[in-house]
Design a binder for this molecule. Structure first.
Ligand SMILES: [Zn+2]
Length: 842
């Protein structure tokens, strides 16, 4: 349940996100841990300290008396001395219980009433019907103001607490729910309570909290720092993050200008706080009521444990992490405070409290590599540290004692490649090692292509039943939806309104389950007869579910311009990102016009339509003979003649599979025509008719015929690959067309190393970060601390695809090592026997 929005806090550009507080009160029945078990936790914290993951203090107490402690803090900079149980750390999110407790005392003193309307105190308050009680119990529906303020503030603006009601008036963010109908923590509630307490007492909240809580509760080290906190006194513990093996101090940053107060408290203070909350506070029954309310809609905020007598609280902000847990039955308290921008100690302590075995994820280090981080920026010499399944750090890093080290020998380390158009999913049950993907550096494949694919549930079940070596994500196929809604034998017509709405319902469910969006294969018969409006209706459902659209467009040859118009119109009307699958020009008459098509797409982009494409690096495709009949007139001699003259090259196109007569397998259409003493057009008609008859005679047969059709030219492929909004895909399966095993390495070898049409950085960006952006895949595609450790080590001198038409499963050269979710899975052309792949939801 622990969700850290910003798992780590390691680089400058993340500074903006530190104001996002994540407060978590973890429901638990504090399982009594035997005394010796605390030693395990202590040992874990020491291990974390030795590996730059913990710098702070842990305290275990009973009835306010400290039983055990572990101090794993070293000092730096201007700060001297060692931590003690009296050292105050920043306690992220602690303003919430303090605001609630002070308010309850003021209610008890009859200075304010819980039923009072907020407008009574703040005339400019723009909402009706929000009472003080709603603020107190986190039921106001007010969103966290910080997100709104960030969007609207000027660079020099400083928000004061007193300015908060005015800010709400100016920005008037809509309520998240009707006041009183739900419960969701919001910093806005806490700060309004603080402001209100100051208003009715005429005292600053710092004085109030000192008088009402800190002093009487013996919280001797606790301090309330009212906003704006510009610069911290050197006596205060500062947080830091690790950069290039050095500690970098965290500045108060944006929080200072956002009216967010800082609370500092020592481990001792927190032990006292936990005890008094339950045992001495006269208003505690009320306080308990507030924290006992079950979380309704999200897991932020604070609430009581399942035992009914205790609470658990953890939070991260500004590089500080805290855990405070108290169980009234046993009088036991556990405090963990950390200042090194890494919540793992809190996570481990939480698990320990639940009675789980302690597991400190191992780290490993990859050194001596040139990192292409997926953004397209220049290669840089760096080391990358992995922790469990994620990237922990990148930079000038040195091994910890006993750490596993991989020497990259100066090669390129890139994020694992993401194949945005893959047909490999169907083979994973038989080939869970996914060599087709791994041998070319692909660590995540996206299935559900061309309108086909399986539901999310079946894919997840498949992985659970039989773990796989790579990650799998999916789109929801339009034709799959049609099959469900219209029936298998009934696809050669437009869908009715009722059928469309059934499809929309099913699509909505799939999106909720983690599908990336909607995919169509409009050129194929199962979807060709759909109207634009049917697709548009489904695209609107997709947009509402925050999904994306990708399409094998309605024609890649004779009616390509109309098909392009259709996808642009769809992006414009449904307002969602659209992607053209395996972009190509397959009409011989239009070869060489790729730049004209790109200009059309750029124009659409300039209009604000988010249109992109993926592309595979081959001049021949792999499909059914039937796609050569754009109007589906499979018996028409004129159509066959047109296909032979304009749509493909019979001399360069090979029949890869042909069940009715296997002797034709591996021959070109021109060769077969010569054997049969026919023209290629006549042969085409014969082949389609024979396959059709075979299908009727063998209703269960699949894959009756496949052609590798040459109908593209490199003259177009180069500009398509180079377009700034094209990412790389394979469109491949497990053999057949060589693209299944060789697409990514072919781009690196042929187009980067040999032809130099783009840089290594750009090509890798198109295989990783750009692919993730085009498909909505999160936390992959870049080498960034906190992201999943999908990685590939590439030798730029030797990388090369070896798969060809006659040897479609030949493994690539130069893919030295591949990691999936932190686990090495492939090295020196060998599968390493591990299956760490997961289903990647949206
Ligand atoms: Zn396709």
């Amino acid at each position: 349940m622990v969700k850290y929005i910003n798992r780590y806090f390691c680089c400058g550009f993340r500074l903006q996100s530190i104001i996002i507080t994540c407060i978590l009160f973890v429901p638990l029945a504090m399982a009594a841990q035997p005394a010796e078990e605390i030693d395990n936790l202590k040992a874990a914290l020491l291990q974390l300290q030795a590996t730059q993951r913990f710098n702070g203090i842990m305290v275990q107490a009973k009835n306010g008396q400290i039983l055990a402690k572990q101090i794993a803090g070293n000092n730096f900079g201007e700060q001297t001395g060692n931590f003690s149980v009296s050292t105050p750390f920043q306690v992220p999110g602690f303003e919430q219980p303090l605001a609630a407790l002070v308010t309850l005392q003021l209610v008890k003193q009859r200075k304010i009433s819980r039923s009072a309307d907020c407008k009574t105190f703040f005339p400019e308050f723009p909402y009706n019907g929000i009472t003080l009680n709603h603020l107190l119990t986190q039921q106001s529906g007010l969103p966290d103001y910080t997100n709104w303020y960030k969007m609207h503030r000027g660079p020099l603006d400083t928000l004061t607490l007193a300015g908060l009601p005015g800010l709400l008036k100016t920005l008037a963010p809509p309520l998240l729910f009707k006041p009183g109908s739900q419960r969701m923590h919001s910093l806005t509630n806490d700060l309004l309570l603080i402001l209100l307490a100051e208003k009715v007492t005429g005292k600053s909240f710092g004085i109030l909290v000192e008088e009402m809580i800190f002093k009487p509760w013996q919280m001797k080290d606790a301090v309330w720092l009212a906003p704006p906190v510009d610069e911290l006194n050197t006596n205060f513990v500062r947080s830091f993050y690790w950069e290039n093996d050095r500690q970098v101090m965290v500045k108060p940053g944006m929080d200072a200008a956002m009216a967010i107060p800082f609370v500092y408290a020592s481990a001792n203070d927190l032990v006292q706080f936990a005890n008094r909350c339950y045992n001495q506070l006269s208003a505690h029954t009320e306080f308990e009521k507030i924290i006992t309310t079950e979380p309704a809609t999200n897991e932020t905020g604070f609430w009581q444990t399942q035992s009914g007598k205790g609470f658990s609280y953890s939070g991260s902000r500004n590089g500080f992490d805290v855990l405070l847990q108290y169980e009234a039955k046993t009088g036991e308290t556990l405090v963990v405070q950390n200042r090194s921008s890494n919540p793992i100690a809190v996570t481990i302590a939480n698990n320990w409290l639940k009675g789980n075995k302690i597991h400190v994820p191992a780290t490993s280090l990859i050194v001596n590599v040139k990192v292409a981080d997926g953004t397209g920026t220049m290669l840089r010499q760096a080391a990358v540290r992995i922790e469990g399944n994620r990237i922990l750090a990148i930079g000038d890093l040195h091994p910890f004692e006993g750490e596993t080290v991989t020497d990259g020998e100066g090669n390129i380390l890139a994020p694992g490649f993401i194949d945005t158009h893959s047909h490999l999913a169907g083979y994973l049950d038989d080939y869970p090692e996914a060599l087709a993907a791994l041998n070319q550096g692909v660590t995540t494949i996206i299935s559900g292509q061309d309108g086909g694919g399986d539901p999310v549930d079946s894919l997840e079940a498949m992985i659970t039943r039989k773990p796989i070596a790579i990650n799998l994500a999916t789109y929801t196929g339009h034709t799959t939806l049609r099959r469900q809604a219209m029936g298998e034998g009934s696809l050669l017509r437009p869908a009715s309104d009722a059928e469309i709405s059934r499809m929309q319902q099913a699509l909505k469910t799939e999106l909720q389950k983690g599908s990336l969006g909607l995919s169509t294969g409009l050129e194929y018969e199962g979807a060709f007869y759909s109207h634009r409006n049917e697709v548009l209706a489904l695209a609107r459902t997709t947009a509402a579910g925050k999904g994306r659209y990708m399409s094998h467009i309605r024609s890649e040859d004779i009616s390509m311009h109309e098909a392009i118009d259709e996808i642009i119109e769809l992006g414009r009307e449904a307002k969602l990102p659209v992607l053209i699958s395996h972009i190509k020009i397959a009409l011989k008459d239009e070869w060489g016009t790729a730049n004209r098509l790109i200009a059309t797409l750029q124009k659409a982009r300039a209009e604000g339509i988010d249109i992109t494409a993926d592309c595979y690096p081959y001049d021949f495709w792999n499909s059914t003979l039937r796609v050569l009949f754009p109007n589906k007139n499979f018996t028409n001699p004129a159509a066959a003649l047109f296909a032979a003259e304009h749509l493909f090259d019979p001399e360069g196109s090979v029949l890869v599979r042909f069940a009715p007569d296997t002797t034709y397998k591996g021959k070109t259409i021109a060769e077969i025509a010569r054997i049969r003493g026919e023209t290629p057009a006549q042969t085409l008609l014969y082949l389609v008719a024979a396959a059709d008859k075979y299908a009727k005679d063998h209703p269960d047969a699949t894959g009756i015929e496949t052609i590798m059709g040459k109908s593209m030219t490199e003259e177009d492929i180069v500009p398509f690959l180079s377009w700034a909004h094209t990412n790389i895909c394979s469109d491949g399966g497990n053999g057949g067309h060589p693209r299944g095993y060789g697409s990514f390495t072919r781009v690196l070898h042929r187009y980067v190393h040999e032809m130099k049409i783009m840089s290594w950085e750009t090509a890798i960006h198109k295989m990783t970060g750009l692919a993730a952006e085009h498909t909505g895949i999160k936390e992959r595609g870049f080498i960034i601390p906190g992201y999943f450790a999908d990685l590939v080590l590439i030798d730029p001198e030797t990388v090369k695809d070896n798969a060809g038409i006659n040897d479609s499963r030949a493994l690539s050269d130069g893919i030295l090592k591949v990691w999936v979710n932190g686990t090495p899975v492939y090295e020196n052309k060998q599968f390493l026997g591990k299956y760490p792949g997961v289903f990647v939801g949206r």
